[in-house]
Design a protein around this ligand. Sequence first.
Ligand code: IPE
Ligand code: IPE
Ligand code: MG
Length: 246
Amino acid sequence: MENLDLNRLPKHIAIIMDGNGRWAQEKGQDRLYGHFHGVQSVRNIVEAASEIGIKYLTLYAFSTENWDRPAAEVTGLMSLFVDTIAKEVPDLHKNNIKLHFIGNLSLLPDDAKAALENATLTTANNTGLELIIALSYSSRWELIQAIKNIAEKVQNGQMQPDDIQEATLEAALSTSAFPDPELMIRTSGEYRISNFLLYQLAYAELYFTETRWPDFRKKDLMEAILDFQSRERRFGKTSLQVQTND
Ligand code: IPE
Ligand code: IPE
Ligand code: MG
């Protein structure tokens, strides 16, 4: 932690929390046991991010594709979300954390929808860490929604095709209120994006670790941030240009 440069923290970190199932199976347990333990890591990482002053943290909790898992796992995950949100909201609120949920939330069971609405409303005026949970989320779904939204505006005559800029698309995404993540972390030794924030990650630094999500703790987050701080972000320019601010 003392090696971190607190003046060069990423404003927004996005995490693909992966490896719960394997973590459990390696211990001879059911996959849901892994998800259950993954909640501990969420608590620990949210606390750490909040403490060091990260402004935005996006956690990929359930993808659109995850609906295709065995029914027992999906049902188990849904009740874990409902229980966890109910249990954690008072503390999150006390810590001034503001919750957001992105994804196709209409697919969620009613009790989950109610829990999310309650969490969002309760924490709406908080000014600390903005915690964004991607739930029933896929980036391709999000992009299609955005394109439909823009197409309607064109059809209504509110704008012309030529008016469409990067900012137009960004404003139509579910992440419109947040800056792009500068650092994306994926746990469990998988090296892919799995339909997560495809547009928003255009210039993110990607960090992969073998650690399974239920073992991921504060020190692992600090290591990822340290690694981020050792990188030169060039945005298409040359190293010399970046170093001389040209
Ligand atoms: C990530 O862990 C959590 C969810 C996708 C809900 P996994 O459940 O994908 O765990 P592995 O990848 O099978 O180990
Ligand atoms: C991505 O993990 C989704 C979440 C972590 C919520 P998966 O484990 O579902 O991704 P794939 O299927 O291995 O790409
Ligand atoms: Mg996985």
